[in-house]
Each structure stands twice: as C-alpha cells, then as structure tokens.
Write a protein that binds this ligand. Structure first.
Ligand code: NDP
Length: 451
C-alpha cells in the first residue's frame, strides 16, 4: 500500500470518528466502505475536488421525535424515534424501520449509510434511508403494538411520501406493523398512497414474494457465488442465526436447494440439528416464530433430532457455510477462528454488518467466499422497489414474474461484484460490492454539482 493511500485512509477514519463521537456502528460502516474505495478516490481528481467521500458520510438529515402512547394498564409510555434520510442521489429515500430496545442514532445512521449503497447495487431508482424506535415489542400485546405504530405515524407521516421517503420493515417490524402504519398514514392524509410504504399485505398493494425476498435473495447470491467458484450448495451444512424474516426464508430456500440447515437461533439460544432440518420442521419453526411468536427452544421439545443450546450462538458448531441473519456484529474474531477451525467455505451476510471488522478481515484473508450484506441481502429492498413499480402503475405481478425479476437482480449484483472485485482465485465480493455501489452513487452526486 502506498504511503499516500495509507495516509488518506487514516485521515478519513480520524475525521469520521471526530465528527461522530459515540457512534461506533456508523464509524465502522463508513470506514469499511472507505477501505475499498479510497484508491478510486485518490485516482480521480473530480471525486477529490468534490469531496465525494466526505459528503457521502454525512446524512442529508436526521429527524428525531418523541412517541407517546398508552399501555394496556393505562400508563403513559414515552419512546424515542428517528428517521435518517441518508442520501437521495439515486431516488427517494428507501429503507426499513426497526423497533428494538437497542436502536440508537448510530445504529440507524450505519443502516442508512449501508442502505444507500445496497440500493445502488439493485440498479433500481432508490436512495438510502432508515428509521426506527427504541420500542421493544417483546411482551407487548397486539393492542399495544397497534397503539405504538399509530402514535409513531402521527409524526412520521409529515416526512414520508412515495416520491420523498418510503419506509419498510426491519427487525421488530413485519407485515403486522406495516399494516398498522399504513392504515394510520391513510387515515391522517385521507389518501390511499400504496407507494408510501413497502412490505404491505397482498390485499392492499403489497407485492408477491416481498416477505420471502431477503432470505431467498441471500440463497440466490450464495448459489451464484458457489457456482462461480466451482462448488454447489447441495449437501452443504448451513448454520443460520436468527429465526425472523430473513433467517427463516433463507432456511426454507436453502433446504429446497438441497442444503442441510443445521441451526436457527433467537435471543435465547440456538436450535441445532446435526442432520439438517427438513422442510416440514422449518415450516413448523416458521409458524412458531412468525405466527405464534414463540421461542426457538420449543423446537427442541417438539421436533426430532433437534437440541437446544441455551445462551449460545451457532458459530462454535461445525458447518460449511455461515449465514448470520440476526444482528450487527454478532460474529467476532473468536467466532471467526472457530468457523475457520471447522473449514468454513463461505459466509453470506443475511443481517446488516453481522461480522466485526476484525473478523471480516480474518475470514476474507483466509480465502472464505465472503458475501457482504450490501450484495447478499439486497433482495428484500429489490422486491420493495418492484412493489413501488407495481403501486405506481396500479398492477399486480404474479409470483413467477416477481421471483424471476428477483433472480435476475441477484445475478446482476453478483456479476457486478465479480467485475469490480479484482482477479484473485477467490473473488473479493467485499471490494466488488463497495466499488460498484460507490461508483453509481458518486457519479450521480457529481452530476448534481455541489448540493
Ligand atoms: P426479525 O425481527 O424478523 O428477526 C430478528 C431475529 O433475530 C429474531 O429471531 C430475533 O430473536 C433474533 N435475535 C435478536 N437478538 C438476538 C440475539 N442477541 N441473538 C440471537 N438472535 C437474536 O428481523 P429480520 O429478519 O427482518 O432482520 C434480521 C437482520 O436482517 C437485520 O440485520 C436486518 O437489518 C437485516 N435485513 C432485513 C431485511 C428484511 O427484509 N426484513 C432486509 C435486509 C436486511 P427474538 O425472537 O428472540 O427476538
């Protein structure tokens, strides 16, 4: 590495840290992008003159607001909520809403930043945004969740619109919450504007395959990448963390493609099945987690061949492919060592930034086929983009049409990563995704002048 490149990276990291104190997740995401794209920036006088990287690392705006609501006992509750409108160079802000006790401005800024580049990779006209609240839905009753969603929308509706900002779901926000949010938006505005939220129910403007799209898309990307390296998914042991939207649909698809899904987990621990869960078992767990809102430990009581490891993550158990699909930074350097001890072949990031910077570097340097979240989990927002297209033209596409488009988009993302990922024996998808996405956003920003 040249001295100039090392200095530019160091200066960028120092400036991001200085401007964003106490925001470690955001600093981590911005610095991971800079690691890949700094050589391009140094080589391009226009990028340097326009301070393109510094501008990308500042959100357009962060809206912060109070959400007051009443719980079932009649007590007043006060939560904090945010919408980060990060970058609209390529289209209206687009990104999910997260409800979790751990939501902070740092987490939402990192997610909004990542979303900008992920959306760019899809090739669809979407900018980047993210939002959420420090509301913990665990243990909340159906009515409490509804009251919270309506109270949140009482402020959020001022800041969103189909051509402005289009939220969707994320952790803690599924089709139930999107229904409540959309109902309240329609009531407050007296308009039926399908294109203001995605992930809607099929009877009121939702798209076929949206619910499955992120998990299915991850497996699509994994199959493309394995084939590119002369391998296949069939018979491979896939360890998946989480048991939410992304994890369960990835498990369903992986199993259909002949892989052995050996784990699923939740915040209580990991369900382990050495031979691999079959389709029926996965369907049972899907109903348990998404409909009955139960705990993964129940799978061990009810399903043959399943053991429960309380308080443990899947990463110490043997597997060929790791698919983290729960939380950011869930795989640390020790976990990475364990995965390598078990001869890990590939890792696909279902969750956003689920691998710490150190662990990511270790795995990539060891020759693991590493599929970063920007590319691997872009299928969800891609189908959200297709939902917006259907809403704008007032048509509904068939399941087959949407699934075919999803496959094409994931194939194009894969090929873009390969084209920009350098020429090693193992493709550098991390660099490929960052470079391809950065170039798209940067070119649009340059065209707009200084805004
Ligand atoms: P869900 O809320 O549907 O599921 C999250 C899962 O993670 C739950 O099973 C939850 O368990 C589990 N979990 C939470 N905390 C822990 C923990 N400490 N240890 C182990 N498991 C834990 O979220 P999604 O599936 O939608 O999102 C998962 C990830 O994928 C996030 O990073 C999200 O940003 C990303 N993503 C989601 C997209 C989507 O379309 N939904 C699109 C692209 C990315 P519990 O039941 O105990 O809460």
């Amino acid at each position: 590495m040249s001295a100039a490149l090392a200095r530019a990276r160091r200066d960028f990291v120092a400036a991001v840290e200085r401007r964003n104190p106490h925001e470690p997740e955001f600093v981590q995401a911005a610095c991971e992008l800079a690691e890949s794209v700094m050589p391009l920036v140094l080589d391009n006088a226009d990028y340097r003159a326009a301070r393109i990287l510094e501008r990308m690392a500042e959100p357009d705006r962060v809206i912060s607001f109070r959400v007051c609501w009443e719980d079932d006992a009649g007590e007043v509750r006060v939560n904090r909520a945010w919408r980060v409108q990060f970058n609209r160079a390529l289209g209206p802000y687009k990104g999910g809403m997260r409800f979790s006790a751990g939501v902070t401005p740092s987490v939402l800024k990192f997610l909004g930043f990542e979303q900008t580049f992920k959306n760019a990779l899809t090739g669809l006209p979407m900018g980047g945004g993210k939002g959420g609240a420090d509301f913990d839905p665990h243990g909340a009753s159906e009515r409490e969740v509804m009251r919270f969603c309506k109270a949140l929308m009482a402020e959020l509706y001022r800041h969103i619109a189909p051509h402005v900002d289009v939220p969707a779901g994320d952790v803690g926000v599924g089709s139930r919450e999107i229904g409540y949010l959309f109902g309240e938006y329609s009531r407050l505005t007296n308009r039926f504007e399908g294109g203001v939220l995605t992930g809607k129910g099929l009877t009121f403007g939702g798209s076929a395959v949206r619910e499955e799209a992120t998990g299915y898309g991850v497996i699509c990307m994994l199959i493309n990448a394995l084939e590119h390296h002369g391998r296949g998914l069939e018979g491979q042991r896939v360890a998946i963390s989480g048991a939410g939207n992304v994890a369960l649909h990835a498990a369903e698809k992986a199993c259909a493609e002949g892989a052995r899904v050996v784990t699923l987990s939740d915040s209580d621990g990991t369900a382990w099945c050495a031979d691999g869960l079959d389709a029926e078992q996965i369907a049972w767990i899907k109903a348990l987690k998404l409909e009955r809102r139960g705990r993964i430990s129940e799978a061990a009581d009810q399903l043959q061949g399943v053991e429960f490891h309380r308080g443990e993550q899947p990463w110490r158990l043997p597997c060929d492919i790791a698919l983290p699909a729960a939380l950011e930074n869930e795989i640390d350097d020790d976990d990475a060592r364990c995965l390598l001890d078990h001869d890990l072949v590939a890792l696909a990031e279902g969750a956003n930034m689920p691998v710490t910077a150190k662990a990511s570097k270790r795995l990539r340097e060891a020759g693991v086929v590493f599929l970063p979240a920007k590319a691997a989990n872009a299928g969800g927002v891609a189908v959200s983009g297709l939902e917006q297209s259907q809403n704008a033209t007032r048509v509904s596409w068939s399941r087959e049409t949407v699934e075919r488009r999803l496959h094409e988009i994931m194939r194009d993302i894969h090929d873009d990563c390969v084209a920009n990922g350098g020429a090693g024996t193992v493709t550098d998808y991390f660099r490929g995704a960052n470079v391809a996405a950065f170039e798209r956003v940067a070119r649009a920003m340059l065209a707009y002048g200084i805004v």
